[in-house]
Write a protein that binds this ligand. Structure first.
Ligand code: CA
Length: 303
């Protein structure tokens, strides 16, 4: 599942961007490759509120282009897409199916939560602006049922507070609209690749930092008898820093090893996750004693 494959030139363009405006004319959907007609919304009335892919659907992946002939629809995992914008749903579904994912689209928050509870998913892409309940609530409700599934939120441009609030609601990562499909794909692959990674034998399941006990398997942090959930990247960050306990780890190395270069992360990404971790782990997040800043370089973990 983690292997990469070459995408032929007939692939839906991963350099296009999606969500650049509310108007349908401005969305670069893979339909421009001529492999799929633009007729109809992503969820046709006949298919009910959910549009589920099937191996026989006329997606680029299944249309005999040869790129993913040996991959079944769910070979790389099942992605739940909670998004009300039909053009984004259509564009993303085409690209993700082409990449070998099974895509289930939910047009509103409640449908998304219900789908997650009833059928599960390997990863969730979640829009924040939904017609019924907002994305933060969806995130929290999914987290209440499933602490481990990676959630990537889609936020509007420049809404730094949205991102932080989304991460606090339990999201693992975010992509800003309008986003490049390539960037989103890279982030999805980075998360799934890390999930598949075998834990080094030397790494314990439980780590003690100050008065906190961190369970890497359960993704939990227990402090003063209170247990909180850790999201995927929080766990990965702690694992990497604990492997190098007491030594500074550079932001670049963190970005490279955890997000992967192709995922277009910025140093700010790392900083956001450190802020979240300190809030959970430190007695006083403004005077950290365990996750220390190494100015101009990165961070250091002192248990
Ligand atoms: Ca929306």
């Amino acid at each position: 599942m983690a292997e990469r494959k070459n995408v032929p030139s007939s692939a839906p363009s991963s350099s296009s961007s999606i969500g650049s405006s509310a108007g349908p004319a401005n969305t670069a959907s893979p339909a421009s490759t001529g492999q799929r007609s633009e007729v109809g919304g992503a969820a046709s009335p006949a298919s009910g509120p959910l549009s589920t892919t099937s191996p026989s659907s006329a997606s680029p992946a299944a249309s005999g282009s040869g790129a993913s002939g040996s991959l079944s629809a769910a070979a790389r995992g099942r992605i739940l897409l909670v998004e009300d914008e039909p053009d984004i749903v259509r564009g993303l579904t085409d690209v993700l199916e082409f990449e070998g994912f099974e895509v289930v689209a939910a047009p509103d928050g409640r449908t998304g939560v219900r789908e997650m509870v009833e059928h599960g998913a390997d990863l969730v892409i979640l829009d924040l602006m939904l017609p019924d309940i907002n994305g933060y609530q969806v995130c929290e409700q999914i987290r209440a049922k499933n602490q481990l599934v990676p959630i990537i939120i889609l936020t509007a441009r420049g809404q730094e507070l949205d991102k932080i609030r989304g991460l606090e609601a339990g999201a693992d990562d975010y992509v800003t609209k309008p986003f490049s499909v390539g960037e989103l794909l890279a982030r999805i692959k980075a998360i799934l690749r890390r999930l598949q990674r075998v834990q080094p034998a030397s790494q314990p399941d439980v780590l003690t930092i100050g008065s906190c006990e961190i369970d890497f398997k359960k993704h939990t942090l227990t402090k003063n008898r209170k247990t909180q959930t850790l999201t995927f990247y929080e766990v990965e960050l702690l694992k990497l820093m604990s492997e190098r306990e007491g030594q500074p780890v550079s932001r670049d190395e963190i970005l490279d090893k955890i997000w992967g270069i192709e995922a277009y992360p910025s140093n700010r990404t790392v900083d956001n996750f450190v802020v979240k971790l300190r809030k959970k782990l430190e007695d006083n997040q403004h005077h950290p004693r365990h996750i220390l800043t190494v100015y101009g370089f990165g961070y250091k973990l002192v248990p």
